[in-house]
Design a protein around this ligand. Structure first.
Ligand SMILES: NC(=O)c1ccc[n+]([C@@H]2O[C@H](COP(=O)([O-])OP(=O)(O)OC[C@H]3O[C@@H](n4cnc5c(N)ncnc54)[C@H](OP(=O)(O)O)[C@@H]3O)[C@@H](O)[C@H]2O)c1
Length: 251
């Protein structure tokens, strides 16, 4: 019960890492507030958590919109009385063209979904956490936010994921005295919709990792649990690698 009675926002909860995290955090005693655009999937997730005697609510929306960040915090307050932690996890890969071929629209979309959303999230989560006397914020970056390792087509994605590391470090400096911690999690290749469902691609990605496999979303959720819970009470400003060693191999 590492998150007993803590209220946690989780974005990107309609699938993959976010859905696994919502199930895990609820099982660890958290009140979870889940978000993404696909409402039907959020409804299914909430029903599953409640069936397991957990506590969950959802609101669907687009994290590109500042109003959605406000809505998630308001829901945490109205349903559960406040906000203790946030797993700002939603993200997209976007087009993987080399930069000269990349459309500006793709650049703007990837930055808006992956990075500007994190600014909106923190902007509205921090005042709510201050009201509680502290909290923990986590952003899902990626191994490519730390070391691109020669992979091509990662220009917009890598820029957005590196930006999250800088944002978390700044938040750590600015709000440590408020008892608020801010960290990033850098997963390696993980078997979710983002990685597609082509076995040949999975095999190629798995081979890049010293562990010779991809992660299950539940394994990344465990790392997020550590960073959001009091188990990591002295960890802030950290970019925690949970990547099966891929960044060592690529560095
Ligand atoms: N899978 C990997 O190999 C890997 C590796 C490193 C890092 N990551 C990162 O892990 C995070 C989770 O991805 P995943 O692997 O779990 O993939 P996923 O299953 O595709 O999940 C992405 C989630 O983000 C949500 N999302 C995307 N755009 C959104 C928007 N505009 N507004 C609201 N929600 C939005 C999606 O929900 P809706 O479509 O319902 O909105 C979905 O729930 C991402 O930040 C990703 O960059 C993944």
């Amino acid at each position: 019960m590492q998150l007993k009675n803590k209220t946690v926002i989780i974005t990107g909860a309609s699938s993959g890492i976010g859905a696994a995290a919502a199930l895990l955090f609820a099982a660890e005693g958290a009140n979870v507030v889940v978000g993404a655009r696909r409402e039907a999937l959020l409804d299914q997730l909430v029903a599953q958590i409640i069936q397991r005697n957990g506590r969950a609510v959802s609101v669907a929306g687009d994290i590109k919109e500042e109003a959605y960040a406000v809505e998630l915090v308001q829901l945490a307050k109205s349903e559960f009385g406040g906000l203790d932690a946030a797993f700002n996890n939603a993200g997209i890969m976007g087009d993987t063209s080399p930069i000269p071929d990349m459309q500006a629209k793709n650049w703007h979309d990837v930055i808006a979904v992956n990075l500007t959303s994190a600014f909106f999230a923190a902007k509205h989560q921090i005042p709510a956490m201050k009201e509680r006397g502290g909290g923990s914020i986590l952003f899902t970056s990626s191994f490519v936010g730390h070391t691109n390792g020669g992979l091509s087509g990662m220009g917009a994605y890598a820029a957005s994921k590196s930006g999250l590391i800088g944002l978390a470090q700044s938040l750590s400096s600015e709000h440590g005295a408020d008892g608020i911690r801010a960290n990033t999690l850098l997963p390696g290749g993980t078997k979710t919709a983002m990685a597609g469902d082509d076995p040949a691609v999975h095999e190629y990605i798995a081979e890049l990792h010293p562990l010779k496999r991809m992660a299950a979303p539940e394994e990344i959720a465990q790392a997020a649990l550590f960073l959001l819970s009091d188990q990591s009470a002295f960890v802030t400003g950290s970019a925690m690698i949970a990547d099966g060693g891929i960044s060592i191999k690529l560095a």
